[in-house]
Design a protein. Structure first.
Length: 291
């Protein structure tokens, strides 16, 4: 493994670890909010808590796939799956942050509707938390208690409108700012996914180029031995060439070591053969034709 590969693997692992921590934090926040484990959780809209839960699960799953992809760099399926999940998480996080921002900007509108449709426990919790009575005024769907009465002659707490609107705007603003700021983690994860895909493609191109170079360099193996279908005049070929190129010629007689004839030819292999001065032609039939 090269130094660059080690640094790249560490960078990808660190980024996915940060994404996993972020996803676990979102899941913990959504679960605690759904179970009313922290102060003011009862007042949070349930749709926002559910969206934050789903976002945390998607990010955590993407981090797990990205971590496996860092160790299995040649698995293109993992890289494509990681890129797809990161894109989904990015879009979903932007959508969630946009919805939270919209609810923070129109807190008065949805809070008035929520108050009128809310359960008795929800309104009683808000009245006890902010020491108030009713929403817009003391007759706006109050929960009768010792500090909240419909009798105008009894000292009652002020309406809950200003207190609850200020509280929810502040909390929702913190959430959407945090979600928008955390998009940087998703951008890092997305850059990791693109880097893994590009590295995989570059490695495939390098392998193809290397194989093509090797095939051009070595080429097709040539037949060094003599062609059995051709007739070669042995007297015109150097003996050293025969002993080097035709391996079977050395063991033509079936011996495991060179024979005396071979040794003699080997000793005289440095001498170039001479061309025969006389070419013997077959004797012609000089007999006269008898009639």
């Amino acid at each position: 493994m090269t130094c660059c590969e080690s640094i790249s693997k560490g960078y990808i692992f660190t980024t996915n670890f940060l994404s996993a921590c972020f996803g676990c934090g979102l899941i913990a926040f959504g679960m605690m909010g759904s179970q009313h484990k922290f102060d003011g959780a009862f007042l949070f809209p349930m749709n926002i808590l559910k969206m934050i839960n789903i976002l945390g699960i998607i990010i955590l799953f993407a981090a797990a796939v990205g971590t496996f992809g860092a160790f299995y760099r040649h698995r293109q399926t993992l890289h494509v799956l990681y890129t797809t999940i990161v894109l989904i998480a990015f879009v979903y996080q932007v959508a969630t942050a946009g919805i939270v921002y919209d609810q923070a900007a129109h807190t008065e509108t949805w809070l008035g509707q929520t108050w009128s449709d809310a359960s008795r426990e929800y309104r009683l919790y808000a009245q006890d938390k902010f020491d108030c009575c009713g929403f817009a005024h003391i007759f706006d769907h109050p929960v009768i208690s010792d500090t909240c009465s419909l009798d105008i002659n009894v000292n009652s707490n002020p309406p809950c409108y200003e207190f609850i609107v200020y509280f929810m705007k502040k909390q929702l603003s913190i959430i959407y700012i945090f979600l928008f700021a955390a998009l940087s983690i998703e951008l890092l994860a997305l850059s990791n996914a693109v880097t893994l895909l590009c590295n995989r493609r570059m490695e495939e191109e390098d392998d193809e180029e290397q194989s093509s170079k090797c095939s051009r360099f070595f080429g097709k193996k040539s037949n060094i031995g003599p062609d059995p279908d051709s007739t070669i005049a042995l007297g015109f070929i150097p003996q050293a060439t025969l002993r080097q190129s035709n391996i079977e010629w050395k063991y033509a007689r079936g011996a495991s070591s060179p024979t005396l004839v071979d040794s003699a030819i080997s000793d005289s292999s440095l001498k170039e053969p001479t061309t025969p001065s006389t070419i013997h032609k077959p004797e012609e039939n000089l007999h006269t034709r008898q009639y």
